[in-house]
Structure formats: structure tokens, C-alpha cells
Design a protein around this ligand. Structure first.
Ligand code: PEP
Length: 249
């Protein structure tokens, strides 16, 4: 049985007091679940969120990290710095990092290595753009992102890896991949991992779907056999909506 996960990516939203308030609301509304529930506030609010959720089962995770252990990288944050405030999981390769901050597969491969070396679990994001899907290249693009960013790691490392398939055209657009499109891609991802590694590894890895998941569509998307949960953007900023999505898993 694979681990089910619902993770909320808050992006560049919520200041310190707003973070406290949203976490309070989430704690009071969160349904009982056997799934792992995570929230990713901004870097500056991670430490306070960890303290606030110390007695909660909701895990605080980071949205990004740098590949170096330390040094002259102004404005960046290392794995060790995250761990020093209680962070155990980091999101890597979000499409906004790829699109706005020039993170390519080669850079992400270094971040993957840094996370594994530090012993921090990752949610590795990837997904095709609209033109890739329209031209029928979506499988090729996704396969290349996995091969170039991730598939250099040894089999034993896959226990520290969660995947998040996020078609870029569905992120923050209100447009969602249909449950069938999500299932088709997730099954393809599992097949690609089985070919590169083996069937056991492919069956063990948790694969999240991300892209305009809302309370109204979560049930149907999560009901697909290869969809093990969601990475949620906009809807994770509204406690009722995020709680409803968690209930759907
Ligand atoms: C995301 O940013 O990872 C995401 C899935 O956003 P949204 O849910 O708003 O589409």
C-alpha cells in the first residue's frame, strides 16, 4: 500500500500572522485521515509553523532549497538550514521555479543529490507545458524531465522520493487534467520507473497530481489507481477547501 499524501504549496502567500491564522484554522478543520498532510509556507515562516504544529500530524515542508551546503549564494537556503528548523521534506522543481527562476533538469539533478546527501525527503515536480500536450509530446517531455533530473539516483534512494506530476497548463489556471488524463500519465510514469529501475520501485513510489485540484474535483482525481494524492496550490490557502481535499483522499 503506497503512502497517500496531500500537500499544500502556499507559494509567496501569507505573512507571519496570516500563517498563524491559517494554521489555526487548518488544525481545527482537518479531518481524521491516514494520509500524510503537509503545508509549505514561505521560508521566513517555516520555523514558527514547525513550532505551532509541533503537536499536530500536519508536516511543515519547504518550497525549495539550494544545492550547496553553504557559501556565497546570496538569498539562498541550504538543506541543513531547513533541517535545523525541523524541516524533513522539500519541494523541488516546481514549474514556477523552472519557468521564472531558470531551474533546468541539470540544476535540479544537483538539488536532488543535495537533498539525498542531507537525508531530506523530496517532492520532485515535473510536467509538460500546453504546447507539449497539444503537439502530442507530453509523454516524451515528462520522460526526459525524469531521466535528466532524477534517474541518476540509485534504487535505494527512491524511498526518499515523492513525485508530483503537474501539467503546467493546469497550474493556477482553473483548468484541470481530466481524471483519465491524470491516470494515463501516472501509469506512464510508473512504467517509465519500472523500465529504468524495477517494478517494485515503480509500485512503491507515491505519485501526486497537481493542477487546480479543488474540493469539487478531488474525489474523482484521487479515485484513480495510480494517483496517490495531490499537490495543491490555490485551494490550500483556504482552510475549508484544503480540509475538504484531505477528506477526499
Ligand atoms: C501548484 O502550484 O503546485 C498547484 C498545483 O497550483 P494550483 O492548485 O493552484 O493549480
Amino acid at each position: 500500500m503506497r503512502t497517500k499524501i496531500v500537500a499544500g504549496n502556499w507559494k509567496m502567500n501569507k505573512n507571519s500572522s496570516e500563517t498563524t491564522e491559517l494554521l489555526n484554522q487548518l488544525q481545527s478543520k482537518m479531518p481524521k485521515t491516514s494520509a500524510e498532510v503537509m503545508v509549505a509556507p514561505t521560508f521566513v515562516n517555516l520555523a514558527q509553523a514547525v513550532t505551532q504544529l509541533a503537536a499536530s500530524s500536519i508536516e511543515v515542508v519547504a518550497q525549495n532549497m539550494h544545492f550547496a551546503e553553504n557559501g556565497a549564494y546570496t538569498g539562498e537556503i541550504s538543506a541543513n538550514m531547513l533541517q535545523s528548523v525541523g524541516i524533513k521534506t522539500v519541494i523541488l522543481g516546481h514549474s514556477e521555479r523552472r519557468a521564472y527562476f531558470g531551474e533546468d533538469d541539470a540544476l535540479l539533478a544537483k538539488k536532488v543529490d543535495a537533498a539525498l546527501k542531507a537525508g531530506i525527503r523530496m517532492i520532485f515536480c515535473f510536467g509538460e507545458e500546453l504546447q507539449d500536450r497539444k503537439s502530442g509530446n507530453h509523454f516524451k517531455v515528462v520522460e526526459a524531465q525524469l531521466k535528466n533530473g532524477l534517474f541518476h539516483v540509485g534504487k535505494a534512494h527512491w524511498q526518499h522520493i515523492v513525485l508530483a506530476y503537474e501539467p503546467v497548463w493546469a497550474i493556477g489556471t482553473g483548468e484541470t487534467a481530466s481524471p483519465e488524463q491524470a491516470q494515463e500519465m501516472h501509469a506512464f510514469i510508473r512504467k517509465t520507473i519500472a523500465t529504468a529501475y524495477d517494478e517494485t520501485t515503480a509500485q512503491m513510489v507515491t505519485i501526486l497530481y497537481g493542477g487546480s485540484v479543488k474540493p469539487g474535483n478531488a474525489n474523482e482525481i484521487f479515485s484513480k489507481p495510480d494517483v496517490d494524492g495531490g499537490l495543491i496550490g490555490g485551494a490550500s490557502l483556504v482552510a475549508e477547501d484544503f480540509a475538504a481535499i484531505v477528506a477526499a483522499i
